[in-house]
Design a protein around this ligand. Structure first.
Ligand code: CTP
Ligand code: CA
Length: 225
């Protein structure tokens, strides 16, 4: 890595990134969402762009704006929309880093009109969304890199290893909600990277920009052998 200038480490490479939450409509005024801000994914997008890559950033609803001119932002709302965009770009990229907090379930039949309150309890039927990362893992060709996140609260390493294998990833970035300063709504993060040889690397608590830099260093070390 050191022999190439930072601005050229990823020159000529195209990288797909997903970021942010997804919103799953319940009716025209309500949705199921989560606390993701998109900060981690946007930080990764800026870092890979600074190192010369062209970036396709598929993002769920967020207040963030990408700064680097080599980042093409595609704004989506639902898991289904994110799936369609990610799949359509995947065969054009050298690597994909999926950091979005995608809803696992969506309302089976969103109401066309605002739902009025009536009874004391209300049941909403949900249907599983498609797993974008797992499907890209099935589409992955030789030479393409696929990287995912795992958000865990217990049996962290074991659960992350299962996701790594099941989704056919090159490495997985584990975020533990037990770590102070990690996860949603913070400007810092603490990660552990597990690669496909099951090598485990623990990183210190850092700013999300620095964490992004560590993640991209790992990508570059694989690309450049
Ligand atoms: N992911 C995805 N599409 C989904 C669900 C998850 O692309 N429908 C991706 C996330 O972007 C992340 C990885 O899969 O990179 C793991 O997400 P996580 O929620 O930790 O794991 P799941 O596989 O959804 O399993 P669970 O939530 O049950 O732990
Ligand atoms: Ca999930």
């Amino acid at each position: 890595i050191n022999s190439i200038s930072v601005q050229q480490q990823l020159t000529g490479k195209k990288i797909l990134i997903t970021a942010g939450p997804t919103y799953e409509a319940i009716d025209p005024v309500r949705f199921i969402g989560n606390h993701s801000t998109g900060k981690m994914g946007f930080a990764i997008a800026e870092d890979v762009a600074k190192r010369g890559a062209d970036v396709i950033l598929v993002t769920g609803p967020t207040s963030l704006k990408a700064e680097h001119k080599n980042i093409k932002t595609i704004a989506v709302t639902s898991a289904e929309e994110m799936y369609t965009q990610a799949v359509s770009f995947f065969n054009t990229v050298d690597a994909a880093i999926l950091s979005a907090a995608v809803a696992d379930y969506k309302p089976t039949q969103p109401a066309q009109q605002k739902i009025k309150k009536s009874d004391d309890s209300f049941n909403l039927e949900l249907t599983k969304t498609r797993d974008i990362l797992a499907d890209l893992g099935k589409m992955k060709e030789n030479g393409q890199l696929l990287i995912g996140f795992a958000l865990e609260t217990n049996n962290e390493i074991e659960n992350a290893k299962i996701k790594l294998k099941k989704k056919n990833l090159d490495f997985i970035i584990l975020n533990s909600l037990n770590d102070k300063g990690a996860g949603f709504k913070t400007d810092t993060n603490k990660i552990t990277i597990i690669d496909k040889d099951e090598k485990i690397e623990e990183y210190d608590l850092k700013s999300k920009a620095e964490v992004a830099h560590d993640i991209v260093n790992k990508v570059i070390s694989i690309i450049h052998g």
